[in-house]
Design a protein around this ligand. Sequence first.
Ligand code: PGA
Length: 233
Amino acid sequence: MKKIFIVANWKSNKTLEEVKSWFDAIKQFPIPERKEIIVCAPFIFLSEIRAIIKNNNLSVKLGVQNISSFDQGEYTGEICAKQVSDFATYAIIGHSERRKYFHETDNDVIVKLKQLAENNITPILCVSDMKQMDYYLSKDTTVLDKAGDIIFVYEPPSAISEGGQFHAESPKIANQNAGQISQKIGRKVTTLYGGSVNSGNAGSFSTLDNIDGCLIGQASLDVQEFCKIIQNT
Ligand code: PGA
């Protein structure tokens, strides 16, 4: 049976108390060995969550939702990969909300990939469409060289939930596009689907040939719903 990656992207949500009660609930939930559960939390909670995971011996990995495109230095307000590497194993990069609200470009994503590689953090690289893949592959060999260490996510911006409204891509199209990512790389690479995943539809994506799990925003905030997603994938 293939390994399944279930990635929670909490975005700019949760207070410290809410984080603690989310983890109080997940502690009670048995996580199957073949499922890699990754929580991509806001930076301010990394220290607390690292302690919770360690003290409770939880099978949950910690990730972040972004990193600076600069190394450490005079960049007010930024958090760089080197700082994150003490806490997180994974980092989401290239999310379409970073592009939409913070004007990140394809080139920024390439720079961040290099920062992550230098600091041994596994990228969870969001791909909105195949044009982005073509750009990465044409501009830099990092993507190709490191493809085995990257978790790709096919996530069309139109499928991302908004205001609690879910409108997922069809599983067939998601599978085709996930397959194209591997085709472009030239071998099978780990590829997830993201966009309006919930407990009702998660299994219809994770069981497809080209899809190895899901990136989940809205539905990951409610721990009971998140546990059902783990069960149903
Ligand atoms: P969603 O978000 O599950 O709320 O659609 C996914 C994401 O943006 O990563």
